[in-house]
Each structure stands twice: as structure tokens, then as C-alpha cells.
Ligand binder design. Sequence first.
Ligand code: FEO
Ligand code: CA
Ligand code: CA
Ligand code: CA
Length: 636
Amino acid sequence: MAKNFDTMEDSNRSANPSIHQVSDPARRVWVQGGLAALAGGVLSPWIAGCASGGGGDPLLGFKGIPASAADTLVVPEGYLAEVIAAWGEPVGVPGAMPAWREDAGNSAADQALQMGMHHDGIHFYPLEGSSTRGLLAMNHEYTDDGLLHSDGFKTWSAEKVRKAQAAHGVAVIEVELKEGRWQMVRPSRSARRYTAYTPFAVQGPAAGHALMKTAADPDGRTVLGTLNNCASGMTPWGTYLSGEENWAYYFDGGDTPDADQKRWGARKTGSYRWAEHDERFDLRRHPNEFHRFGWVVEIDPLDPTSTPIKRTALGRAAHEGAWVAVTKDGRAVVYSGEDARFEYIYKFVSRDRIAPGGGNLTKAQANRELLDHGTLYVARFDADGTGRWLPLVHGQGPLTAANGFADAGEVLIKSRQASDRLGATKMDRPEWLAIDQNRREVYCTLTNNSARGAKDMPGVDAANPRANNVMGQIIRWTEDGDFDATTMRWSHLVLPGDPANARPEAKGNINGDIFACPDGLMLDARGVLWIQTDAHATQMNKGELARIGNNQMLACDRASGEIRRFLTGPVNCEITGATLTPDLRTMFINVQHPGETPSDRSDPAEPSRFSRWPFGGRPRSATVVIRRRDGGVIGS
Ligand code: FEO
Ligand code: CA
Ligand code: CA
Ligand code: CA
């Protein structure tokens, strides 16, 4: 296996001499085919290599690329990839644009006005329908404090905690295609940051609940901040949904966490050392603060004055993100999974129809309470290929006061415990979902679960069929009738893996290019299903993943089942988030944590030990803009 790895690395190095990094210190462009082509001299349009051939245009028209272990980003022949909005760039708040400092010497106050760390889910909001000017809303999932501060962890202070909190959350920036290049528009009145201390309103059945009240917020209706924002979805009414994923690890639980805290993974000490200088994150002092995270948050990118909202009706979970389908009669159905081993997939069906807006209300304003009323369900996948949506309704079945659910609010705050009681299927880390509105089909990536089948752990089941599941799977289901159905039929789209592996569970059944650990997912308007991967630095390019290369992005033609590699990222990054302009001619993706250390903690003395992407210095998460040199539709 090591031999294969060496061969792959060598062949990539020799195969890619035509990838040029154009030395503009502030921006960097990756192209294939040489500088003359970039300059516009020889634009030999690339046509050959369409594997699917035959009559009509094939869905996938690009030439797939090899796996890569190099510290660079690679896109297919005929494509350009360019970095914008790297961590630390000022977002463009008028009169407040602190410049990036390569020594990581920016203050907490600076960071609150700059791009956060660890870019994740992203969505493009066209301005007046434009495909050349719009807003990008994106998540900043977490921080690597070894990289974030000049001296890493050498000292620890309230200022460092504040800077880490400022590097979390969501950014909204304005971007424009101008003189042939996408750039940030700065200043912009739309540019802003939401951080781990921005006030969020709490709405839905758990708002004002006794379990949501704290000394600082006796009403239980205002939470400071959003945390660990992972994936994102756009609503049909134009807002942005963002999932609070691994929020439990920000809290110090002390020596004796209670049963509820343990069920949510509270640890004696959290992963971020916030509690040392911010007592909100000390569970012994503020146990209810724990209940105020784990929600889907809704933001209106187009209205800088709007209040961001935590939507409790969608349930509390380690939410990867949230994605919206629409029933035939116009109600919203929000799908969401929890990225944690042996946790669940949910859907919420709104009580009311989506309002059209009009008069003096935007569509977003007309739907400000839509996600506060409805029914939450959790999925059970049965062995015969059917499935059932089990309602989390207080008073129904086991969800009674006698079993620890005093009211509707408590069912939602304790969604995990409620799902345990209902017998929902324990999944292999549900990540992103994608919805085919016309076919009533839903796809969900399950990234991996090495504990599946281990001692004292759940064994395999039909939906999670592999023990020691290092590869993950993509599951799909079709709702029976409409998106609000309580029954569905499911199957696997693909079991990732590498046929060269000895262990049968690690071979997979891919038709096309090999990959592992599916995470990001996006179905584009032409029907291409884009898949992004997130193998951890401890596994990447080793063992059963030896030939799979750095994390990557692939395109799937669902009709033929073919999967073709479209992009490979730099060393130890993950590829996450994808969005297209309405004309499908520009794609934005995020490269998260290039150079991540196996311990998730960088060495402050040498922060670039693993990667120097994108600018040759301190590794920085960033947005990558992808276009075709001939201006064509991405992927075609
Ligand atoms: Fe934040 Fe589940 O990836
Ligand atoms: Ca993810
Ligand atoms: Ca990750
Ligand atoms: Ca992931």
C-alpha cells in the first residue's frame, strides 16, 4: 500500500508541471495548461475526453483529475481556480477594515471585522438576479488556536478567548466579477460578521423555557453567539440556515456531568479553553447555557438590520446544517442530520405555507415565523428498504412527563433522548443533505464511523452496513407521495472506498474515481450531484485511504452512477461548501483548515509545518472561485 502511495505521489508530481501558481502576492490562481492560456493567448477549447459520449451533451463534460497528495489545489483542464476572502481579510465594514497580519498579531477587535477561521458552508445570494454581483454568506466553523494567535497556546488570556470567539460564526461579504476576476467589494453596507457573542433571538417552542434561562438572560429568549457553524442551506424565502454542530465541546463539564450533559458529550474540560476566561462555558456555574446551543440559526443576508434567530422547532442536535424542500401545497420541510457517531436524521414539516411576501414585506420578512410552528420527525430506516418518520410530539408514545419530557420545549431541547426513546436509526455521522425537489428525493452523506460494530457499540444495520466504517456512504430516499410523508423508500447511492483494499468493507462500489468520507453535498440546477470529502488528517493518504489522496470534490451523474474527480485540495485540508451563480458559470467552494495538524493543534513555533496554502506562509482557510477559461457552465 505504501508503494502505491509513493507511485501516486510521484506520478502526480510529474503529471502536473502545467499547474502554475501565478505570483501575485495577494491572490493566487491555479490553472492547467500554462500561462499563455491564462493570459488569453491560446484558449484551445477543451472538448475531448467526455467519457459518457453518445447522443446529446453529457452531463459531466470535464476531464477527471488524478488523486493528489501535493500541497496545492488542482482543477480540470480548462478551469481556473482563484482564492478570495481568506481568513483574516477584512470583510469590508465601512470605516472598519483592519488589515491581515501574517504574524497573527491581529487583536480580537480586528478579528471581529475580518473573515473568520475555518470556512465551511457557503451560499451565493445574487443582487437583483445578477450572476456577476452578489453576497456570499458563509460559516466559520471552529478555530485552531495554535495558528490563530502569534504565540499559539504559550500564554492564555481573556483577549485570546475573545479573539477565538470572534473568529467563529458567520460572515456576509459582497463580491463582484469585475475586469474578469471575482473580488470582494469593500467597503460594503452588507458586509458583516456574526460571532460567538452576537445576540441571537430564540424563537419556537423552547423560547423562554425554564431550561433556556440563565442569570444573564432570565427570559431565555436571547443567546449571545452561534458556535461551530458547519453546513448551510438557503431557504426558498431567501434566508440562510446554519447548523450549530459540535457545540458541546466548548463547555467545561467538571467532574460530575449529569446524565443529560453526558448524553450530549460534555467533557470534564472542553476543547477550546474558553471556560477559563468566560464563565458562560463552565457547566458547573451555568448549566442552562448548554441548552442554548445546538440549534439551526436563520440569518437574512440581504437585510443587514435583521435580527438573527435560533429556531428551536427544528430540534436541538449536533446539527451539520439544514436544507429545505417544499410540499405540493407550499409548506416547508427542513431536513437535518447530526454529525456524531450513532446519531440521527431529522425532518421538520411547517404548519403554515410559505408566504409570498409583497407590499412592504420582503419574502424573508413575511416568513419570519414560518419555522416556529410545525412537527419534527426522526428517521428510522428499516431492513426492507422502507423507512418511517417518527414524530417528536410531546405526550405521544414515550415522550411523556413520566419519561422526563415535561412539555414540547423539553422534547426539543432533548431531541436526542427523545429519538432514543422512539427507536430511531443510529447513523454513521450524517453530514450534508441535498434535495431533488422534482423527484421528491433526498440524499445524505454519512461520513464514516470507525466505532460501528466495535465492542459495546451498535453493530451494522441495513442503512449502516459496514463495520469499522472508515469510508462512509451516501444514502438516498424518496418520500411516499410528498415531502411531508411519514413513510419513504431508501437505498444507497454509493458506498465509497478503494477496490484495491484487502478488507471487503473498505472496497466500496464506486463507478468511477475513488474517494472516501463524503461530507459536503450539492445538487446543481442541471442535476449534477457534487460530493466533497473530509477525511481526517490522521487518516489521509494512509492505510486504507492510501491511494485516495487529499480531500477532494467529485461530480456524480445520478443517471449513469458515474463519479468523476473535479478538484483536489492542499495537504490536510477539507473541501466544504459549494454554491453556484444563477448562470452556473461561477462556482464558489471553501478550503478549510489547510495544514491541519493530526492533533487539531498547530505548533505555534512552526505553523506552516504541514501546508503553506494558499499564499506560501501561514496556512489559511479561504474561498476558492472556480470558472472555465471559456466562460462555460461549470461541470458541463
Ligand atoms: Fe463540521 Fe460535520 O462537519
Ligand atoms: Ca462537514
Ligand atoms: Ca471537518
Ligand atoms: Ca466532516
